[in-house]
Unconditional design. Structure first.
Lengths: 129, 129
DNA sequence: CTGAACCTTCACCTATAGTGGAATGTCAAG
DNA sequence: CTTGACATTCCACTATAGGTGAAGGTTCAG
């Protein structure tokens, strides 16, 4: 698969794929005889993982750490295990922050929804927004 | 409470507090006769909320939206309700991304932890990190 | 009276995550 | 055999977020 196809399949630009390679999120791609990058299907899977990580608010650096650990696969040392444990704790913390925040916002929402919602003038700027 | 105390109480710099005021996350502070900002305890609570939001991965803009809606309190219009509903959906999406990611990472972690973890040479750079 | 803490304004900084553009190479279709 | 779509590298530039620094001036406690 050429870079354009991989980009299309993952909803990213070719620029972005080369950029990810440069940042170590994608391994240096196999090359066709003409020098073009030649990707396998696993690259699209990997790009989806990156995409999900981004959506979840992880930085490229964090995602890169995880991917590199996963790539290691065999012969994991104790430091790798600890890195993953730290990532898990960080994500757990982030999830519980979000859940708490969600509860707070849900409460505001319920209060607002319970009151008879007055439709304000759509022409004027809503003073709360 | 002066800005320095509020900053210390919330673990931020005075610069940051003025910056938040500028961005609308803090209301324009009451002023002492000498022109110094004079904060009440609720400001520290508010700063903590901002802090938690940041930790959860929300942007200042998102946090600001929530705070402004909360500040509105009375007379909420339909747009406010919709904004809150959108925020909730966004946060739900973010949470589910994180939960999915957590599962994936937990799986890597378990695999690694199951293997007999060899401690690698602490002097050399770990090739996976 | 001096120094720490405050005020404003404006510029600048660092990181993150890309994007644009130039100059060039490859290749399939017409 | 050229034209157009797609590819290559490399360097510069952009946008956004979230601040920080510096200049120049006031206020106040010791």
């Amino acid at each position: 698969m050429r870079i354009g196809e991989a980009a299309a399949a993952s909803g990213m630009s070719t620029k972005t794929l080369r950029f990810y390679e440069d940042r170590g999120l994608l391994p240096a791609a196999r090359r066709a005889p003409n020098g073009y990058r030649d990707y396998g299907d696993e690259t699209v899977t990997r790009l989806d993982f990156i995409h999900r990580g981004r959506n979840a608010g992880l930085t490229l650096a964090q995602i890169g750490d995880i991917l590199r650990v996963r790539d290691a696969g065999q012969a994991p040392c104790i430091h790798v295990r600890d890195l993953l444990a730290r990532q898990l704790r960080g994500i757990d913390r982030q999830i519980s922050e979000l859940v708490a925040l969600r509860a707070t916002i849900a409460q505001y929402h319920d209060t607002v929804a319970a009151a008879d919602p007055v439709d304000c003038d759509p022409e004027s700027v809503c003073s709360y927004l």
